[in-house]
Write a protein that binds this ligand. Structure first.
Ligand SMILES: [Zn+2]
Length: 238
């Protein structure tokens, strides 16, 4: 998923972005795919990519997560947020949820220059700050696609670049809940970050998350935590 770009493009980007940064802006170096392996926590992450049809909000899934106060992290695209103001407010108000961003229009970032990538990445970050007073520091690229420019932009903007190490495949209509669960169960371990969807594209997502949180994770002595909790987790009890 990572593509190389010429060094001069990276240097151009650095000069472009340095102008907008304050010296105190934190910078994170890595593309994060998992948390500490010593931590018995697993991050359930849900992308909120824009949709052309349907509500774009998986109500049954969200009802389950909220009713049981299951820690989860959501990556919202700007286009999705524009159509879900009430839902954004609601999710931001729940202390067991964490909210990050997922690009403005769900662009294929490696196809764009540095300035365009910066605009795409910053869109929902600015919207969350301006309209909801929320500072979002976690970022996940649309489609999980990025190149060296993306990594440099995200770092210089002081965001944390969050990928995953378990792809559930939940939007794939050919995968049954059983197959998705088998795929996750084989791979899940302390520190895992699992990517799922909460925009209604995953027809099996609620069923998968129910089995995961009720059976698979407890059987392995693992529990759901937010991404930030996972990254901060150093003890045996997150
Ligand atoms: Zn997406």
């Amino acid at each position: 998923m990572r593509r190389l770009v010429p060094i001069h493009a990276v240097l151009y980007l650095l000069s472009l972005i340095a102008l907008e940064l304050t010296p105190s802006t934190p910078s994170f170096a890595q593309v994060i795919t998992s948390g500490p392996p010593s931590c018995p926590g697993v991050a359930l992450t849900f992308d909120l990519c824009p949709v052309r049809t349907g509500s774009g909000y998986d109500q049954p899934l969200m009802d389950y997560l909220i009713t049981h106060r299951i820690p989860a992290t959501f990556f919202m695209s700007g286009k999705w947020m524009a159509k879900h103001d009430v839902e954004v407010e609601h999710l931001l108000g729940l202390d067991f949820f964490e909210v990050g961003t997922h690009g403005e229009v769900h662009a294929h970032l490696p196809m764009h220059n540095a300035d365009e990538q910066r605009t795409e990445i910053l869109g929902p970050v600015k919207m969350l700050q301006a309209h909801y007073g929320h500072k979002a520091s976690l970022f996940r690229p649309p489609y999980g696609e990025y190149n060296d420019l993306t990594v440099a932009v995200v770092k210089l903007l002081g965001l944390q670049f969050i990928q995953w190490n378990i792809e559930s495949g939940d939007p794939d209509p050919t995968l049954s809940a059983g197959k998705i669960l088998l795929r996750i169960a084989k791979r899940v371990k302390p520190g895992s970050i699992i990517v799922l969807h909460a925009n209604g594209k995953g027809k099996q997502t609620r069923q998968v998350v129910e089995h995961l949180t009720r059976e698979i994770l407890p059987a392995k002595n693992l529990r759901p935590v937010t991404v930030s909790e996972l990254l901060d987790c150093t003890s045996r009890t997150p």
